[in-house]
Design a protein around this ligand. Structure first.
Ligand code: EPZ
Length: 423
């Protein structure tokens, strides 16, 4: 079975460039369907989620090819409005295709994406938004069909600031008749990146990054070349790895403004951070400190996608901390794996009490989802002894060859395909 074999205890040193953002590239690739033409999306990471999005787009009729970290897409011919069930099941983010397909084809047929390892993931807010724009929603046996001869602007209040629902409604509304207002919209940096991409194509979207996004429908769009933003969660993961191993690294291609709450927490553990231009220097402290209570929340709150990595870091600090998870109801599966490595973690209802220990020890652990996997890898880098991390397919969804990045920083990590080690 594929696994990472990690020899821990060696501080990370060196410089790496942070990959482009998965959670920007996915909705932006979907948004290319809004208009016929040749698009180029640049700095797209090589991830299994991106591959699945690519296979869906090809199944719909898009011609595409990679050129390094750039993808060229030719979207003139869309031959079906049904997203293949097998591919939809592999990736929740295929839901992002609903808005663009409804706008372009006036119809989209999907398989309801079930929950995933981190909890129930309903799509009621997506459907509510699309139906307020005038879409007719039919739910049948194992499928949802949305149709709309004409989409019309609407005033849409989201019960909670869902990232996906905000993005889907933005994409459906750019060519709708009239003005759409999304209230209590998500404010993540990836929303602002999608706004920039849509406006580059000729749309008229404003307010991304605030709770109110306004979309003035336009009759025409055109294809473009666009570079996605850096991945703030990958940057946060590597910074936590440096802090946890007592290392000193330089991350290039980072946007400081996107990482506020993550950096603030790393500093509270005693790590030293310095920003210069688009580079972040991180130095771990020999005596990491506990940080008290942490609660995950919608941006600019502390990101749920950094919660497992922070828990790994806090497990080797002096003192106690507590992390409450407020976004996903099943995002603590990494707890028992970290306990295998000697962490003292006490799960409560929606939070975990963390009693810091002097060090972790190596063990064989299982990644249960993307960020949980990343947390186990950085725990393995800091632990005494050897750690084997199984379930790499989860990690490959969001990190572009994490082992190579960590090797570049002097980490002792190898990817095993079960038979021989591949470096
Ligand atoms: C996006 O997921 C990210 N994924 C997630 O990152 C991230 O954890 C999440 O936002 C929150 O920041 C991508 O961008 C591809 P939501 P999304 O809709 O859009 C509830 C990673 O590790 N909800 O903001 O699916 C939902 O159940 C991934 O990279 C409804 O109730 O998240 C959750 O509790 C994991 N009804 C909350 O809202 C809806 O219709 C936030 O979900 C939609 C969501």
């Amino acid at each position: 079975m594929e696994q990472y074999v990690i020899k821990g205890g060696k501080p990370l040193y060196g410089t790496v460039r942070v990959q482009g953002a998965k959670n920007s590239a996915l909705p932006i690739l979907a948004a290319t369907l809004l208009v016929e033409g040749i698009h180029e999306i640049r700095d797209v990471p090589h991830l299994s989620d991106i591959d699945v999005m690519g296979r869906i787009l090809k199944a719909l009729g898009v011609r595409m090819r990679w050129d390094g970290n750039n993808i060229k897409l030719e979207t003139s011919t869309i031959k079906t409005s049904r997203i293949p069930e097998s591919l939809m099941r592999q990736m929740r983010s295929s839901i992002f295709l609903m808005g663009p397909m409804l706008s372009r084809l006036h119809e989209v047929i999907i398989t309801p994406p079930g929950g995933c390892a981190i909890g129930a993931r309903p799509i009621d807010l997506h459907l509510k938004g699309l139906s307020l724009l005038g879409a007719k929603i039919e739910e049948g046996d194992g499928f949802i069909r949305c149709t709309a001869t004409k989409l019309r602007g609407a005033d849409i209040h989201l019960d909670l600031p869902s990232v996906g629902a905000t993005e889907n409604i933005m994409m459906a509304a750019v060519r709708a008749e009239g003005i759409t207002v999304i209230r209590n919209a998500a404010r993540e940096p990836e929303i602002a990146d999608l706004e920039s991409f849509l406006n580059r194509m000729g749309a008229d979207v404003s307010g991304a990054g605030t709770p109110t996004v306004v979309i003035r429908g336009v009759p025409r769009l055109h294809s473009v070349s666009y570079e996605v933003i850096p991945d703030r969660i990958v940057a946060g993961t590597l910074a936590a790895a440096a802090a946890m191993t007592g290392g000193e690294i330089l991350l290039t291609h980072v946007v400081m403004d996107h990482m506020g709450s993550t950096l603030e927490l790393l500093e509270r553990t005693g790590a030293i951070l310095k920003f210069e231009g688009d580079s972040l220097w991180v130095k771990g402290s020999s005596q990491l400190k506990a940080v008290g209570n942490v609660v995950t929340g919608p941006y600019p709150g502390f990101p749920t996608d950094m919660q497992p990595q922070l828990m790994a870091l806090l497990s080797v600090t002096a003192g106690s901390s507590n992390i409450s998870e407020r976004i996903f109801d099943g995002r603590f599966k990494h707890v028992k794996e970290l306990v295998r490595m000697g962490a003292k973690l006490h799960p409560l209802k929606n939070s975990v009490e963390i009693e810091g220990v002097s060090h972790l020890h190596g063990a064989t652990v299982q990644a249960t989802d993307l960020r949980a996997g990343a947390a186990l890898v950085i725990a393995g880098l800091a632990a005494h002894g050897t750690t084997r991390v199984l379930g790499l397919h989860h990690i490959d969804r969001g990190y572009d060859h994490l082992d190579r990045t960590l090797l570049q920083l002097g980490g002792q990590i190898q990817r095993w395909s079960g038979k021989v080690a591949s470096c």
